[in-house]
Design a protein around this ligand. Structure first.
Ligand code: PEP
Length: 247
């Protein structure tokens, strides 16, 4: 069986502060994390401060599909990397729904990230209606195909996050069985493009992960850690979630 190192990632969205960054990185420094990877994705303004702590992996929350130029307010891969980023979230449901990011645009962002050496955390997930209509696997397959059908070589350079939209920020996480089933179907779909890379790629679960439910979710066969929103803004709870990924 392929060994996949667990990864716990924090998505602060448009929250947090230098004070929270100091609190969380100080707590992280108190433990040895050699068995897992910990990734913080704070707002872009906090990236250099996080990089200076040297405490964990560093991720941005968004990226421009362009390399440079007249795109006011946008941040390119090289600017993000100069600020310290190694990872970047792409395809978060808030970007897809609130900012209208299409499958095509996300594919271009994936290209921009990977082309410059950033590791994308590619987020996919079905909404409530799609789940109720039993279209979950179909939706996930389409979101994956938009990127990996033409670029199977991107699988080995990605982390995937399964984030059912109905579970994000609602306090209603997917059950471990529901999540495992979706993760297995994602891995199966990716295996149609590249079986070896599909077995090795890390697939994170995201959607109302907290200190209480993390251990059981992370214990599932195809769940390789989590992408944590709300609970990552509480230093102690995030620390506890990271601890549960150690197994
Ligand atoms: C997220 O936004 O990626 C997320 C998973 O949020 P939450 O943990 O708050 O549901």
């Amino acid at each position: 069986m392929t060994h996949r190192k667990p990864l716990v990632a924090a998505n602060w969205k448009m929250n947090g502060s230098q004070a929270l960054l100091a609190e969380i990185t100080a707590l992280l420094a108190s433990t040895n994390w050699s068995k897992i990877d910990v990734l913080l994705c704070p707002p872009a303004t906090l990236l250099p401060g996080l990089a200076a702590t040297g405490q964990c992996l560093i991720g941005a929350q968004n990226i421009s599909q362009f390399s440079s130029g007249a795109y006011t307010g946008e941040l390119s891969a090289s600017l993000l990397m100069e600020a310290g980023a190694q990872y970047v979230l792409i395809g978060h449901s808030e970007r897809r729904t609130l900012f209208g990011e299409s499958d095509e645009l996300l594919a271009a962002k994936m290209q921009a990230a990977i082309g410059h050496g950033l590791t994308p955390v590619f987020c996919i997930g079905e909404n409530l209606q799609q789940r109720q209509q039993e279209k979950t696997e179909q939706v996930l397959a389409k979101q994956l195909a938009a990127v990996y059908a033409s670029h199977p070589e991107f699988i080995a350079k990605s982390v995937i996050a399964y984030e059912p939209v109905w579970a994000i920020g609602t306090g209603e996480a997917a059950s471990p069985e529901q999540a495992q089933q979706a993760h297995a179907s994602i891995r199966q779909q990716l295996a149609t493009y590249d079986a070896k890379a599909a077995a090795a790629v890390r697939i994170l679960y995201g959607g109302s992960v907290n200190g209480k439910n993390a251990a059981e979710l992370f214990a599932q066969q195809d769940i390789d850690g989590g992408l944590v929103g709300g609970a990552s803004l509480n230093a102690e709870e995030f620390f506890q979630i990271c601890q549960s990924a150690k197994g």
